[in-house]
Structures are given as C-alpha cells and as structure tokens.
Design a binder for this molecule. Sequence first.
Ligand code: SAM
Length: 334
Amino acid sequence: MLKLGFASKLSKETNLFYKNIVVEVLQREGWFSFLEEPRSLEDIANKFDYTDKDYLKEILDALLSDDTITFKEDRYKTNGAIDIVDVKPQIFNESIMDYSRGYAKSIPERLRGKYHLVTTGYNLFNMDDALSLQMYKTMRRSAFAFGNVVNLKGKFLDIGCGNGIGTADIWTLYFENNYFNHHKQIEIYGIDVNSDMLKIAEEEFPLKIKNILSLSNEAIKQYEGKFPKLKEGTAIEIPFEDNYFDIVYISQVLHWTDPRKAIKEMYRVVKPGGIVFGTSILRPMANEYLHVNMKTVQGAHGFFTKKEMKTWIKEAGFKEMSFSTPLTIFKLVK
Ligand SMILES: C[S@@+](CC[C@H](N)C(=O)[O-])C[C@H]1O[C@@H](n2cnc3c(N)ncnc32)[C@H](O)[C@@H]1O
C-alpha cells in the first residue's frame, strides 16, 4: 500500500510546484496587478478577452482554495504580495516539470477558447521519460497489490498504457508467477490514444522486460508470441467487443478523459464477474492547479471526487467497489 509519508511529501512539494507554474503565467498576463482592485469575473474576462468563463471560474477557484485571492460581494481581489518560489519536488524529474510548464503556458490560450489535443499537448520525449518516475511505479505496484489480480487468468487490458513501461511491469509480474509457461494463461492487451507512445511501447518492450528480468535476448525471443497486443484507442471508445476482458486496468488516465463515459465503457468490455482496477488521484487530495493545467487539453474532465466516482460506478452497473487511500486505488467487480 502507499505509505502516508510518501503521499504527504508528494502533495506538499508538488502542490507548490503546480501553484507556482500557474501563478507565474497569470502574473505575466497581468492578473494580479489588475486584481489589486476588486473585480468581478466579467471584469476579468473583458479585460483579458477571455471567452471561456467556466474555465476562468475554475482558475479563480484554484486561487481561492489557498487564499492567493479573496472573494467578497462578487468581487475577486489579490490577498497580499504574490510570491513565486522556484521549487523542484524531489519526486519529479526535469521532464515532468517541463511538460507541466508547457501546459501552464497554454492557459491564456485556453481561456480564449483554444485547446491542446491530448496527443499533441505533451512533448513525447518528456512524457516517455516522466513515466519512468518512481511515483508512477509506486502507484502501479500499489494498484496490483490492492487489486490482487495475479491469481486471475484470461484477457487483461491496460488502458492508457502510454510508452508501455507499466505494461512491461504487468507482463513481468505474470511472467514471474509462471503464467507464460504453465496452465495459468494470461493475454495482455494495451490501448492508448497516442499512436506515437504506442510505437515506443512496441519497439522498446523487449528492452523493458530485459531490464527488469535480466534475461538474454534469446530467452526473450522465445516469449515474443506472448508480448502485449497494442492498439490505438480511447478509454471512452474501447476498440473491443462487449464482455471481452477478464481484467481491465487503468492508471492515471481517468482525469484526462470523460471519467463517467470511461467507467461505462470499462463495464461494457469486462466480462460478468470480471475486475476493473486502477489508480486515480481524487479531490480533495488532487491539486487544484494541476487540474487547471490538465483542463487545457480537449476533452479532459480534470479531477473529481470519490462521491462522483461512486455515482458513475453505480450508474454503470458494477456490483462491487472498494477503494484504498490516500492516492486512490480502486477495484470494481462487474
Ligand atoms: C499519466 S500517463 C499514464 C500511463 C500509464 N497508465 C502508466 O501508469 O504508466 C497517461 C496516459 O494516458 C493516455 N491517455 C490520455 N487520454 C486517454 C484516453 N482518453 N484514452 C486512452 N489513453 C489516454 C496518454 O496518452 C498517456 O499515455
């Protein structure tokens, strides 16, 4: 399970990092000098030619959540000097910081109605590198421990498999449990909306498992037929028929898409009695500035609460659900 200390460290440093990159962009736009006088949402929209007022309200809510600004009689106002501290969270690398800054820089455009596509919103090399971070590994491992899926067999789908680093982890976990040699059968599939990420996943899969398992190239070649089958597809339109999978896994993807639709889709493709499990950082633990960043991507819902998630899970028809905190891991049974 995820340790509380890890989660709290993660939240303190990363919260400050995400706040700073957003506040820096808004300061450059001229927000905080404008907000030295009390202003309504309309005043702000008119001053900066912002067209998306719902998104503007979400940014103002983020700034209110930590008292960076105040709200009185329908007017927003700065709450003292704006401090921008350059912070590098220990659990981050340059890549994740770089692509996060890229998202933050696009906030003004997004306020004027221009989105990123999920496939073009992040620099591929940064995302590839970021996914090797220990924090993603910890999340995956925790989800596997909680999902207790290593005793199951059948068809396994990894949704939003990215560069396949997690898929390789999954594959090796089953490999170590003798799945590819004995009667216990597992067939691993992966989908991602980004075909370039899938290309990396495909090409580097042998190298990834070689690094984890320390096997020779010849030994790895023997298992080629058992490698994951990768396909382009989205969580809200999974390119497989109904009741196709025994196990469906989704880690750190729901907030990038429409989570309600994705939960419904996962219900559709998993067999009755089958399992859906994964991770998703939920509100209130989720960072409000990261939410604002993420929403520069077209179709991204951003973070949501456990209450909302439970409603969507019930609505989809799942028979059972269980959660583990602090970084939420969930397991659902159809
Ligand atoms: C933070 S990464 C997580 C990758 C992987 N699950 C892991 O834990 O290492 C998010 C991934 O989700 C993919 N993604 C975003 N929106 C998606 C969608 N609607 N359907 C499928 N994949 C999506 C991105 O391309 C990216 O590879």
